[in-house]
Design a protein around this ligand. Sequence first.
Ligand code: ZN
Length: 170
Amino acid sequence: MSDGGRIACPGCGRLYPHFDGPTHPYIGASPGCWAVYGEVLAREYGEFGYPDVHRLTVDAYAAQHPGVPSAQSIQSVAGHLIGLYLALERGFPSRVVTSAIRAAAARGGFVWLEPPADRGHIAVRDVIGATNLNDHTARVQEWATAVWSAWSPHAARIRAWATEASRSGK
Ligand SMILES: [Zn+2]
């Protein structure tokens, strides 16, 4: 898909100028989208002082860019969806979410979940323009909620994975 030299990101579907830049080995993003994500992370690490919402940013981006089936992408997508579930539905703080994702990864046993065709009406480029940390946090929460809602056909299985992981993590 292209539009005047812009290409659709295979993950979020948004159009970005085409250029030959770096991407991630198994997160399915176009170079233009990956670059904007890099800017968002740079703001979080720098200007925003590594805020608690960082965990949600990483999980929302990865879940919106599931890539293609491989051992790495299956584990990555499962872990980030477990993260979205625990943060958004269970209200777990980021530190607890991170250890639960680690426990889930150690446990394994995931399968590829067919990604939803529409992965949410908000994407990373809607987050980059935040005016301050409060605005940034609100945008990331809205983004993560949209992505989690898009994956809702698989919610029962993701909840089960998260529950198994939190049992084995104890
Ligand atoms: Zn994208």
